[in-house]
Design a protein around this ligand. Structure first.
Ligand SMILES: CC(C)(COP(=O)(O)OP(=O)(O)OC[C@H]1O[C@@H](n2cnc3c(N)ncnc32)[C@H](O)[C@@H]1OP(=O)(O)O)[C@@H](O)C(=O)NCCC(=O)NCCS
Length: 201
C-alpha cells in the first residue's frame, strides 16, 4: 500500500489520485526490473564494492565492516537485485536497537545490533550511478520502512548531509537538526521517521 500521508501531506483529491497512480505504476515497473529481498551471505563483498562506489572514502563503510554487518544482521539489509544481471543495483541497511538517537558507533560496531530493538538506525542508502534518478532509492526506503513497521518497529533514524535533507523529507523523514555526529569529519543532520502510529517518536 502506498503511504500517501508520508509523501503528500497537503494535496487535493485529484492530485492525490494522480500521485498514487504514478507511484503504483513506478512501483510495479521497479518490481519487474528488480528483486527486493534480504541480502545473502555471499553478496557481502558485492555490497562493499557498491558502497565504495557510492560514498567517498571518509564516509564509506569499510569492506571489513560491511562483511560484519551482513554476517550479524542480514535481515536488516534490503537489496534491489537487477533481474537481468543478477547483480545488486542498490541497497539500504541498518541496525535495530532500543536506543532512540543516532550515534556514530552504529557505523563501526555491528555488535550494537539488537534483533528485538524497537527502533532502526539506518546506516546507508546506496544506488549505483547507472540506476539513479529512476525512483529506486525511494522504493527501497518505502519497502524497508514497511517491512520494519510490520516487525513492530517504532522509529527509523538516520544522519545525512544538508544536501540530502529534502530527499529524506520526501521519503517521510523529519529533520531533527544538527546531529551529534562527526562521521567522516562532516556536519550531519539527524532525521527520524515514525513507523508506528501510536506512541511517542
Ligand atoms: C542519493 C541516492 C541514494 C539517490 O538514489 P536514486 O535512486 O537516484 O533516488 P530516487 O530516484 O529514488 O530519488 C528520490 C528523490 O530523491 C531526490 N534525490 C535523488 N538523488 C539526489 C541527490 N543526489 N541529492 C539530493 N536529492 C536527490 C530526488 O529529488 C528524488 O525525488 P523526485 O523524484 O521527486 O525528484 C543515490 O544518488 C546514491 O546512492 N548516492 C550516493 C550515496 C548517497 O549519497 N546516499 C545517501 C546518503 S545520506
Amino acid at each position: 500500500m502506498i503511504e500517501k500521508d508520508r509523501f503528500l501531506p497537503q494535496a487535493g483529491e485529484r492530485e492525490e489520485r494522480a500521485f498514487l497512480e504514478k507511484e503504483s505504476l513506478l512501483g510495479r515497473n521497479l518490481c519487474e526490473r528488480f528483486e527486493f529481498r534480504d541480502i545473502r551471505a555471499e553478496e557481502a563483498e558485492q555490497a562493499a564494492t557498491v558502497e565504495q562506489i557510492c560514498f567517498p572514502p571518509n564516509e564509506a563503510c569499510s569492506k571489513e565492516m560491511m562483511h560484519k554487518r551482513v554476517a550479524e544482521a542480514p535481515e536488516l539489509f534490503l537489496v534491489a537485485v537487477d533481474r537481468r544481471t543478477g547483480q545488486i543495483a542498490g541497497f539500504l541497511n541498518g541496525l535495530s536497537t532500543d536506543e532512540a538517537s543516532f550515534r556514530d558507533e552504529f557505523f563501526t560496531d555491528a555488535g550494537l545490533y539488537d534483533p528485538c530493538g524497537e527502533n532502526v538506525m539506518l546506516l546507508g542508502l546506496d544506488v549505483l550511478p547507472e540506476y539513479r534518478r529512476q525512483g529506486l532509492a525511494g522504493e527501497l526506503m518505502r519497502r524497508y520502512l514497511d517491512r520494519e513497521r510490520k516487525k513492530g518497529r517504532r522509529t527509523a533514524f538516520l544522519t545525512c548531509l544538508p544536501s540530502k535533507v529534502k530527499m529524506y523529507q520526501k521519503m517521510g523523514f523529519r529533520d531533527e537538526g544538527i546531529a551529534d555526529s562527526s562521521w567522516g569529519g562532516e556536519q550531519w543532520h539527524e532525521m527520524s521517521c515514525r513507523m508506528k502510529q501510536n506512541g511517542p517518536v
